[in-house]
Design a binder for this molecule. Structure first.
Ligand code: 0WK
Ligand code: BGC
Length: 918
C-alpha cells in the first residue's frame, strides 16, 4: 500500500467492512413480562412511569413494551444531563416507536411511493421514485475491462474491473482511493469534476491500461433525474455537498468534458448510477438476482426493480425498471411529524438543509463514524438527550435501533437487501437484526434477506456498465436483423402504388389474366337497402370456423342461429370429401333447428378465389389458407355442393347465392351503415372487396352503376412485384407452405403466417446468441408452434413480462426479462408491418374510389372481420393510423362485423330471391 495519491491493490477488492445478515428466524415480542419468543406484540395501551430493569432488557432485546403516545413524544426531558437510569429510559422511550406506528409509517411510505410513481402526482411527491433506466440484471455473459468512478463522502474511488463472462464469478478488480481535498465539496462544480478526472488519469497512469475504448460507469450517490443510462440531471445535492453550477445539469456531460480535458479520449462515460443501484448489482453478482438495495450511511436511500409499466415517468412500458426511491425526503411534507422528536428537530435545525431530508439520519449524528455537519461531532442526538458519552452503545439503546426500524418501514420486502454502508457497526448485530425482524413484522408475507455488499458499489457499477454495453451491442444487432421488416413511409407509398397498378391490370379485360390482383366481379351491384325480408340458410366456409346459420330478416331486424363445425385437416386436404362433409353439417344443423322439412334459400360464403359467373355460380380458381381438397379447383363450387347433396339424398338444398367472405362482410355491415362499400378480412387469410364503377370493370359488360369487386389481394405480388419487400424470413415461411410462391401479400399479413414469421426470426436471434443465450430450442424448430394468437397476447399494452415468460415457458423456452422484451419487440415488428401493408393496400382502394367519383374528399365505411383484426391489441390502430397518413383525402370508418359474413350471404340471397339484381 503506498500513501498519498491514493491507496491501491490488485486482484479481488478487499472485503468491505460489512457482515452478512441473512436471518431466517423472525423476532416478535411477547406481552410485557412474559419474555418468550414468537408472539405478536400487544398494541401499546398506557405509558409506564419507570420501566423496570427487566423492561430495560426488553428494550435491548427488541421485545415489545408500552411506548409514549405521540402527544407525549414532544414533551420530553431535554436537559443537559440525564443522570438517573429512569430519566435515561424515559428519554430513550421517546425514540421507541410502537409497531402500529411503524405500520402507519409503512402505509404512508407506500402512499408516498405511489405518488412518486404516478405521472399526475410525481412532481409533488417527496419520495421521488426516480427511474434509473436499468431494465435488466446481469446474465453472467458480461465481459471486458470496465472503468468505474465512485464519488464517495470523503474520497473518490477509481476501479478497473475486468469481467470474464464467467457468470461474474471472478471479476478482476484494481482500485485506488483518492481522498478529496477538504472544501472541494462546497466549491465549484467544475473543480469537483476536474478532480475526479485527474484521479482517473492518475489511476490509469498507474495501471497498464490499453488505449482501446474504455467504458466508464459513474457512481454518483445524489438524486438525479435520469432520462437514459448516460443522461442524468442533478436534482439536488445532499450530505454536505453543495458545489455550484451542477444542480439542473447533466452530470454525465460534466464528467465527460472533465475527462476530455485530461486527454483521456478513449474513456467513455457509458452509465451513471446511484450508489443504491451499484449495490444492488454488486450483490446480484453473488448468484441470486438481487432486486432491492438499501443504503444507510451518511445518507440513506433505496432502490428496487419495479414493473416498468408502474413507472409512469419512464416511457418504458414493458419489462422491469429500477427505481431509486430517494426516500431521504420522506416526511419533508410533515408526514413523519408524529414520529419526530425534539432531538430530530434539533438535528434538523442544525443541518445544512433544515426541513429537508427528514428521513435521513446519518449515523455520525448518532455517535458513529466521521460525519461532518450536524452540531459538534458524533453521538449528537444522544448527547443532546443528555445521555452520557457512549450511552448509545448500550445494547439496544438509542439511535441505531430506532433508525433500523424506520428504514424498514419503507417496506421493500424483496428477497435480497444488500447494503454497502458506513462502518459495519450499523448493520452488523443489532441494526441488521432489528431491521430484519421489524421487516418481518411489517411485511409478514415477504421473506427479505439482508445481503451486505462486500464491495460497496464498484463491481456492481462495472456490471451495470457492462450490461449497458451488452444491451447496446445486442440492440444494434437486433435492429440490423429486424431492419428489413421495418417499412418506411416511402416503402408503403410504393406498395400502395403497386397495388393500384395491379388493380388497374386486374380490371382490364386484356391485362386481367396476368394481374396478380385478380379483381373478380361478384355480380353484387349494391349494398342492402333494408327492404330485404325472409328466412335463409347460410354457410360460412374459409375462416377459422365453418358455420351453418339460419338467418331471419324481418322488419324489426335480423335474427340468426348458427352452429360451428370443424373441418378436419384430412377433409381440407383430402380427395373430394369436403362437400360431402359440408352437406352432413347442414343436415345436422337442420335437424337441430327443426328445419329439415323446409327448403330455405341458401347463401354460401365461400372464402376462396372464385371466378364468379353468376350470383350462384363460382368457379374455384385456387385453394388458399391450407385448403387443397382435390377435384375442386376449376369447378363450380355451387355445383359441387348440389352434387354432394344429391349424393346424400339431401333434396332440400336451394343455393341462390355464393359470395366471398369480404362481400358477405360488406353486405352484413352495409345493412347497418349504407356508406359501407368496402369489405375487409384480416384473419386466417386476408382480402378486400369494394364497389367499383361498372365503367372501370373491363371484364364485365355494362357501364352503368357499380359492382362489388372481390380483389383477392392475397395474391398481390405473386408476379414478383413485391419481391423487394420479401425478407429471408418470409421466404422461409413461404417455402414450407403447400402453395409456395402463391398468396405472397397474404403471407406477409394474415394470421396463418405471422406466428411462423416470428418463429423464424426468433430462431435467427438464437443462432446469433442474441436470444435465450444462444441455447438451442428444439421446440422452436417445430412448424406452427408459435401461434399468431401468441402475438395478440404478447403485445397487450402493459402486459407484465411475467406473462410473456409464461407463454415462452409453455414452449419450453427459459426466457430472461431481456429475452421476453426481445420476443415482444419481434412480435410488434411483424404485426406492425402486417398492419401497415394492409393500410397501403386499403389506401390504394379508397383513393381509387375517390378518384372514380371525382371527389376531393371521400367518406366511406369498411366492414371488417377476421380474428387478427379483431383480437390483436394494436393491429387495427396501426392500420387506421397508416391509412390516414397514406390517404389523407379519405375519411374511412371501420365497422366490425358482429355476425360474420353468413348474415351477408343471407342478405345477398334475400336480394336474389326478390328477383332483383343484388
Ligand atoms: C368471420 C367471417 C368469415 C371469415 C372470417 C375470417 O364470418 O366469413 O372468413 O371471419 O376470419 P378468420 O376466421 O379467418 O380469422
Ligand atoms: C382467400 C379469399 C378470402 C380471404 C379471407 C384468402 O385466402 O383467397 O377469398 O377472402 O382469404 O378469408
Amino acid at each position: 500500500m503506498q500513501r498519498g495519491g491514493g491507496r491501491q491493490s490488485l486482484g479481488r477488492a478487499p472485503p468491505a467492512p460489512l457482515v452478512c445478515l441473512g436471518v431466517g428466524r423472525r423476532v416478535s415480542c411477547p406481552p410485557a413480562g412474559r419474555g418468550s419468543e414468537g408472539d405478536a406484540p400487544p398494541p401499546s395501551t398506557q405509558v409506564p412511569s419507570e420501566p423496570s430493569p427487566e423492561r430495560w432488557s426488553l428494550l435491548c432485546t427488541g421485545k415489545a413494551h408500552p411506548c409514549p403516545a405521540p402527544s407525549e413524544r414532544h414533551s420530553l426531558p431535554f436537559t443537559p444531563a440525564l443522570t438517573s437510569r429512569a430519566q435515561v429510559q424515559r428519554a430513550l422511550l421517546a425514540l421507541t416507536i410502537p409497531l402500529e406506528a411503524l405500520q402507519a409509517v409503512k402505509d404512508r411510505m407506500l402512499q408516498a411511493m405511489r405518488k412518486g410513481l404516478s405521472r399526475q402526482t410525481h412532481a409533488q411527491a417527496n419520495v421521488r421514485m426516480l427511474p434509473a433506466y436499468i431494465c435488466s440484471t446481469p446474465d453472467g455473459t458480461e465481459k471486458g475491462d470496465i472503468l468505474v468512478v465512485e464519488l464517495c463522502q470523503s474520497h473518490v474511488r477509481t476501479l478497473r474491473v475486468t469481467l470474464l463472462g464467467d457468470g461474474n464469478q471472478s471479476p478482476q478488480v484494481t482500485y485506488k482511493i483518492f481522498d478529496m481535498p477538504g472544501d472541494i465539496t462546497q466549491g465549484k462544480g467544475e473543480a469537483l469534476f476536474d478532480f475526479i478526472a485527474q484521479c482517473l488519469r492518475q489511476f490509469l497512469a498507474g495501471i497498464s491500461s490499453p488505449q482501446h475504448r474504455l467504458p466508464l460507469g459513474f457512481v454518483f450517490p445524489f438524486s438525479c433525474r435520469q432520462t437514459q443510462l448516460d443522461k442524468a440531471e442533478l436534482i439536488s445535492w445532499s450530505k454536505g455537498f453543495s458545489c455550484s453550477d451542477v444542480e439542473g445539469k447533466d452530470v454525465v456531460q460534466l464528467l465527460q468534458s472533465a475527462i476530455k480535458k485530461q486527454e483521456l479520449h478513449h474513456v467513455d462515460v457509458v452509465a451513471l448510477m446511484n450508489d443504491t443501484v451499484g449495490t444492488m448489482m454488486t450483490c446480484s453478482m453473488r448468484g441470486e438476482p438481487c432486486e432491492v438495495a438499501l443504503i444507510v450511511g451518511t445518507g440513506t436511500n433505496s432502490c428496487f426493480m419495479a414493473e416498468a409499466q408502474l413507472v409512469e415517468m419512464a416511457e418504458e412500458i414493458s419489462g422491469q425498471m429500477c427505481v431509486i426511491t430517494e426516500w431521504g425526503c420522506f416526511g419533508d411534507d410533515g408526514t413523519l411529524s408524529d414520529i419526530l422528536t425534539p432531538y430530530d428537530q434539533h438535528v434538523d435545525q442544525e443541518s445544512f438543509n433544515p426541513g429537508e431530508k427528514r428521513c435521513t439520519h446519518p449515523p455520525e449524528r448518532a455517535g458513529h463514524g466521521q460525519g461532518k455537519e450536524g452540531s459538534g461531532g458524533s453521538g449528537a442526538p444522544a448527547e443532546r438527550a443528555g445521555l452520557l458519552p457512549g450511552a448509545a452503545d448500550l445494547p439496544g439503546g438509542g439511535e441505531p435501533r430506532r433508525r433500523a426500524l424506520r428504514c424498514w418501514a419503507g417496506c421493500h420486502p424483496q428477497p435480497h437487501v444488500p447494503e454497502p454502508g458506513p462502518s459495519p457497526s450499523s448493520f452488523s448485530g443489532r441494526f441488521g437484526e432489528i431491521l430484519q425482524s421489524v421487516t418481518g413484522l411489517l411485511a409478514p408475507e415477504c421473506m427479505a434477506t439482508l445481503l451486505p455488499s462486500v464491495d460497496g458499489t464498484g463491481q456492481g457499477a462495472a456490471v451495470v456498465t457492462a450490461v449497458a454495453l451488452r444491451l447496446a451491442a445486442q440492440r444494434h444487432e437486433v435492429d440490423q436483423l429486424l431492419a428489413p421488416l421495418q417499412l418506411s413511409r416511402a416503402d408503403l407509398e410504393r406498395v400502395q402504388a403497386l397495388m393500384r397498378r395491379e388493380m388497374e391490370l386486374g380490371l382490364g379485360l386484356e391485362s386481367h389474366a396476368n394481374a396478380s390482383v385478380r379483381m373478380l366481379p361478384t355480380y353484387v351491384r349494391g349494398t342492402p337497402d333494408g327492404t330485404e325480408r325472409g328466412e335463409f340458410l347460410a354457410l360460412d366456409l374459409g375462416g377459422t370456423n365453418f358455420r351453418v346459420l339460419v338467418v331471419r330478416v324481418a322488419q324489426d331486424g335480423i335474427r340468426m342461429a348458427s352452429e360451428i363445425y370443424v373441418i378436419p385437416t384430412a377433409v381440407m386436404q383430402g380427395t373430394g370429401e369436403l362437400f360431402n362433409h359440408i352437406i352432413e353439417c347442414i343436415m345436422d344443423f337442420q335437424l337441430k333447428q327443426n328445419l329439415l322439412e323446409q327448403v330455405l334459400p341458401l347463401g354460401f360464403t365461400f372464402s376462396f378465389p372464385c371466378q364468379q359467373l353468376g350470383l350462384d355460380k363460382a368457379v374455384l380458381l385456387s385453394w388458399t389458407k391450407g385448403f387443397s381438397a382435390s377435384g375442386c379447383v376449376g369447378q363450380d363450387v355451387v355445383q359441387l355442393l348440389r352434387e354432394a347433396a344429391q349424393r346424400k339424398q339431401h333434396l332440400g338444398l336451394k343455393v341462390v347465392a355464393v359470395v366471398n367472405d369480404t362481400v358477405g362482410t360488406m353486405m352484413s355491415c352495409g345493412y347497418d351503415d349504407p356508406k359501407c362499400e368496402i369489405g375487409l378480412i384480416v384473419g386466417t387469410g386476408t382480402n378486400a372487396c369494394y364497389m367499383e364503377e361498372m365503367r372501370n370493370v373491363g371484364t364485365v359488360e355494362g357501364e352503368q352503376g357499380r359492382m362489388c369487386i372481390n380483389m383477392e389481394w392475397g395474391a398481390f405480388g405473386d408476379n414478383g412485384c413485391l419481391d423487394d419487400f420479401f425478407t429471408d424470413f418470409d421466404r422461409l415461411v413461404d417455402e414450407k407452405t403447400i402453395n409456395a410462391g402463391k398468396q405472397r401479400f397474404e403471407k406477409l399479413i394474415s394470421g396463418m403466417y405471422l406466428g411462423e414469421i416470428v418463429r423464424h426470426i426468433l430462431l435467427a436471434l438464437v443462432e446469433k446468441q442474441l436470444l435465450f443465450r444462444g441455447k438451442p430450442c428444439p421446440k422452436l424448430q417445430t412448424r406452427d408452434i408459435f401461434q399468431t394468437k401468441f402475438l395478440s397476447t404478447i403485445e397487450i399494452d402493459g402486459l407484465a413480462l411475467q406473462q410473456v415468460r409464461a407463454i415462452l415457458q409453455d414452449l419450453e423456452l427459459q426466457a430472461s426479462f431481456e429475452d421476453s422484451l426481445l420476443v415482444q419487440k419481434v412480435c410488434q415488428t411483424v404485426s406492425l408491418r402486417a398492419a401497415q401493408l394492409c393500410a397501403a393496400g386499403l389506401a390504394a382502394v379508397v383513393e381509387k374510389m375517390r378518384e372514380n367519383r371525382g371527389l376531393a374528399q371521400l367518406a366511406v365505411t369498411v366492414g371488417v372481420d377476421g380474428t387478427l383484426y379483431k383480437m390483436h391489441p394494436r393491429f387495427s390502430q396501426h392500420l387506421q393510423q397508416m391509412l390516414r397518413d397514406l390517404a389523407p383525402n379519405c375519411t374511412v370508418t371501420f365497422l366490425q362485423s358482429e355476425d360474420g359474413s353468413g348474415k351477408g350471404a343471407a342478405l345477398v340471397a334475400a336480394v336474389a330471391c326478390r328477383g332483383a339484381e343484388p
